[in-house]
Every structure is written in structure tokens, then in C-alpha cells.
Design a protein around this ligand. Structure first.
Ligand code: ADP
Ligand code: MG
Length: 492
């Protein structure tokens, strides 16, 4: 019975299995040897019995043989067989005793031989003194008798010494087996310990690793191949963890930094104004500027919250079937006025009736962020093109501008939170560097991808690609386990 909660250790199981299997092999081999020996002894005994009977029949075949001959034959016995006596009794056709080895009737009564099966070797019997015998009975024709008559010969050989040999062999086998089970258990234990040692070492290293020692890796050299693979996988996991951990800690210090600047501004302005008495209008101005700063802060916090929720693996989105051309048209209408103001044209290109199953508000927010970026970085006279196309199972939505572009080496960085290509410019325009990370999260929620192609001075194209109809049926999970992304503020 296993104790509840803690299954037997691997080493214990390996030891047990090794010991059991080798021990059963030893046991089988010993059993076989024992069987072979006892068969061989029985065979010798049987051979002796039939040889003696053969001698007797030769004697009886002689036409001149009389009772004296038979007595003489019996009298030559007991003949010694391996220090044990050989007994014979001869009965006439009526079952009356003709002659026997002296004392046989007492030690091995007639009745013992009555029900002998003659096939498959001779049976064993025990004499009245308690000695083991192999016994034999057969009939033959006594030709010397007139008229020739049928006689029964009963023969027995004392097999005490054979039994003693077997008993000695048995005792030795038990000793050997007792040692064997001990040796098997010890060897099995040794093998298991050896086999498990690298696992123990791995566990020790793994136990040492904490958030502050995420750089540690498992030593792979010298490990058996299976464990080396495991260690490799484990190390890869550590790589990923270390990476996310570094990013997370950078992210949190970035958040602190982003929050500190506006708060310092607020405090500075308040301190300056409070140095002396002011006109009511000055207080009004101050409150106005406070309001702007508060607005920026709450937008920032909204976006951070959005990202945090979107990252929650239990987040579910609410898909509906939408007409992509119509959605892009709505965005065109929304950003149209500000685009006209900065002299940029916004165009939509899409097939009629191109449909996809997606979360409408999240889609609006993602493409909205891209359009905002495009408008921000495109000088007057440029164009922002919203294009939707259909490539098999997937839908592509592109936002292409003719703006200043993103330097090649920074294209992969703009998806990092708080990353801004030109921080001073972005800050002035209110961007916190969270727009593209939000687009990426939204695409991930849609099992899609986002890519940027950009050439400095010529323009940027951001490509969203996602399955038109999600494999997952409807995203309707049990209530309670899911978080529905809420994006109350429309700003990116
Ligand atoms: N269409 C674009 N053209 C040029 N630069 C872009 C474009 N879109 C994004 N960028 C650059 O990528 C950076 C990150 O964009 P984003 O995550 O939206 O942050 P934000 O707009 O708040 O600065 C921006 O600071 C900007 O420099
Ligand atoms: Mg932006």
C-alpha cells in the first residue's frame, strides 16, 4: 500500500523492478537446475530397477531354473546401490510369496505395490521405518517351472542417499537465492542511484534558481541524452523567463518613470503658483493645465490597464461578423477632419462584402492607433491608405502612409512598451509609446500577427493578418473564468 500523497520514489521503483526481475531469473535458473538433477537421479534409479528385473527374467527364462535359482537370485541381494539396499520379492500367479529379501514383508508390505502404475517412471514409497524407496512391480513367465507359470516381481531401491543429495542441493540453492536477492537489491539500488544522480543534480540547480538568479543554467555536459534534452528544454524555458522578467522589470520602472514626470510637472506648477497670492484667472489657468495633465495620466493608466488585461491568458474577446470595408469607412470618417486639417488624404481600398469574425471595438482600436500614428508622421500632401484584402483563410488589413518612415534598426523595437523613435517629439504630441504594443496585443487576441515595412523618408506600411473565422468556436467559455476586455476610452 502506498502512503497517500507521496508515491514511491523513482529510485525505489527502479531498485524494486531490477531486483524482482533479476531475482526471478535466478529463481527460474535454480528451479531448472533442481528439476534436472532430480530427474537425472530418478532416471538412474529407474534404470537400475529395470536392469535388475531384466536379470531376473534372464534367470527365469532358463528351462532348468527352479525355486532355488530364484532364491539364490534374491539372496545375492540386497545389492548395494549407492550405499543403499536393493530389495526383491517374487510372488506366484496366485499372489503367494515364493521368496523375498529377508525382512521385506515387514519394511515394504505387499500392499504398497498393489496399485502401481507402470508408465511414466516408478513411484516412490516410504518403508515402515520411514526410509524413502523407489518401487517397481512387473510380471514375467517362469519357464523353469512346470508348467511354466506367471510370477510377479516386486522390487524396491532405497533412495535415501539420492534424497539426501537433493536435500543438500535444495539447501544450497536457498542460500544462493537468499544471497541473490540481497545482491540483486544492492546492485539495483546502486544502478538506480547512479541513474538518478543527474536528475538530483538538476533538481538542486533548479531549486537554487530564483528571480534574482535567473541567469543560472543547467550544466548539460555529461548528462545522458534524454536528460540533456530535458535540461536543454529547461534552459530554454529559463531563457524565456529571464527575458520576460527583464522586460517586466524594465516595464515597471518605465511605468514609474512615465508617471513621475507628469506628477513632477503638477507639483512644480503648484509650488510656483503658491509662492505668492495670485489673481483668480491665474488659478483658473493652473487648474486648466492640471486638467490636461490629469487627462494624460488617466489615458496612460487606461492603456496600461488595457495591456495588462489583454495579457491575461483568460481574456476572451467578443467576436461578431463585421464588414471590413464598412469598418474602415467608419475610421476614415472619424479621422477625416483632422487629416484634412493637416493636409493628408485618407483613402479606403477594399473588396465589397469582405467579412471577418472579430471583436469590432478592438479592431477599431487597433486600426485607429495605426491611423493616428500614420497621420502623426505624415507631412502635408501625403496619403494614408487603409486597405483590406483576403488571402485564403486569412484577412490582411494594411495601413500605409507616405510619411517619414521608421529607421530599419528600430522597426523591431517599436512594439516594445514605451518605445518611441523620437522621444522628444512623441512626448510633445502626447504619445507614450503604447499604441503599437496595444495593436500587437489585439492581434494576439485574434490569433493574428502584425508586421511593419518601412523606409525612412518614403513611408510605412503596417500589416495586420488574422484568421477571417477563428477555429475556436465562438469563444463562449463558462462564465466566471473569463475576462472580457473593456476599452471604455476610445483614445488608443
Ligand atoms: N506610421 C509611422 N511612421 C513613422 N513612425 C512611426 C509610425 N508608427 C509608429 N512610429 C514610431 O513608432 C513609435 C511607437 O509608436 P506607438 O507605439 O504608437 O507610440 P506613440 O505613438 O505613443 O509614440 C512612435 O514613437 C513612432 O516614432
Ligand atoms: Mg501611437
Amino acid at each position: 500500500m502506498e502512503r497517500p500523497g507521496r508515491p514511491a520514489s523513482l529510485a525505489a521503483r527502479m531498485t524494486l523492478w531490477y531486483a524482482l526481475s533479476t531475482f526471478s531469473l535466478v529463481l527460474m535458473a535454480s528451479g531448472f537446475l533442481y528439476h534436472a538433477l532430480s530427474e537425472s537421479l530418478a532416471h538412474d534409479e529407474d534404470a537400475l530397477l529395470s536392469e535388475k528385473f531384466q536379470n531376473l527374467t534372464v534367470r527365469m527364462d532358463d528351462r532348468t531354473s527352479d525355486l532355488n535359482d530364484l532364491r539364490e537370485f534374491v539372496g545375492e541381494l540386497p545389492m548395494w546401490y549407492r550405499n543403499a539396499s536393493f530389495w526383491t520379492r517374487i510372488l506366484d500367479d496366485q499372489g503367494r510369496l515364493l521368496t523375498e529379501t529377508p525382512g521385506m514383508s515387514h519394511s515394504l508390505p505387499l500392499a504398497l505395490f498393489k496399485t502401481l502404475p507402470s508408465k511414466n517412471g516408478n513411484p516412490m514409497a516410504t518403508s515402515t521405518e520411514g526410509r524413502p524407496f523407489r518401487i517397481f512391480s512387473a510380471t514375467g513367465i517362469w519357464t523353469g517351472h512346470s508348467p511354466p507359470s506367471r510370477v510377479t516381481a516386486q522390487m524396491a531401491v532405497d533412495i535415501t542417499s539420492d534424497q539426501a543429495i537433493l536435500a543438500k542441493f535444495r539447501a544450497e540453492l536457498w542460500t544462493v537465492l537468499a544471497f541473490a536477492i540481497l545482491a540483486c537489491a544492492l546492485v539495483g539500488y546502486g544502478i538506480a542511484q547512479r541513474g538518478i544522480r543527474p536528475v538530483r543534480k538538476m533538481a538542486e540547480t533548479a531549486a537554487r534558481i530564483s528571480s534574482s538568479t535567473l541567469y543560472e543554467r543547467l550544466e548539460r555536459s555529461g548528462l545522458p541524452s534524454e536528460l540533456s534534452d530535458l535540461a536543454g528544454t529547461f534552459n530554454e524555458m529559463l531563457d524565456r523567463l529571464e527575458n520576460s522578467f527583464t522586460r517586466l522589470s524594465r516595464f515597471s520602472s518605465d511605468i514609474a518613470h512615465e508617471l513621475r514626470t507628469p506628477l513632477q510637472n503638477l507639483r512644480g506648477e503648484a509650488e510656483v503658483v503658491l509662492t505668492k497670492a495670485r489673481q483668480p484667472s491665474e488659478y483658473q489657468d493652473l487648474l486648466g493645465s492640471f486638467l490636461e495633465e490629469y487627462q494624460r495620466l488617466s489615458t496612460l493608466i487606461d492603456r496600461l490597464l488595457f495591456l495588462a488585461r489583454a495579457e491575461n491568458p483568460q481574456t476572451q474577446i467578443q467576436r461578431e461578423e463585421v464588414d471590413l470595408k464598412k469598418e474602415l469607412g467608419l475610421l476614415q470618417d472619424y479621422y477625416g477632419p483632422s487629416a484634412v486639417e493637416s493636409g493628408v488624404a485618407v483613402r479606403v481600398e477594399s473588396l465589397e462584402g469582405l467579412r471577418a469574425n472579430l471583436d469590432r471595438s478592438l479592431f477599431q482600436r487597433a486600426v485607429g492607433n495605426l491611423v493616428e500614428n500614420a497621420l502623426k508622421h505624415t507631412p502635408a500632401g501625403g496619403t494614408v491608405l487603409l486597405r483590406a484584402s483576403n488571402g485564403g483563410e486569412r484577412v490582411r488589413v494594411e495601413v500605409a502612409d507616405t510619411g517619414r518612415g521608421i529607421p530599419q534598426e528600430e522597426v523591431s523595437l517599436v512594439f516594445d512598451r514605451f518605445y518611441r523613435v523620437d522621444p522628444s517629439r512623441s512626448l510633445a504630441s502626447g504619445g507614450a509609446g503604447l499604441g503599437l504594443p496595444i495593436v500587437k496585443s489585439i492581434m494576439e487576441l485574434h490569433e493574428g500577427t502584425v508586421e511593419i515595412q518601412s523606409q525612412t523618408g518614403r513611408g510605412t506600411t503596417v500589416v495586420l493578418s488574422f484568421p477571417a473565422f477563428s477555429q475556436e468556436t465562438g469563444h463562449e467559455k463558462e462564465a466566471g473564468s473569463s475576462v472580457v476586455v473593456d476599452y471604455s476610452s476610445h483614445s488608443n
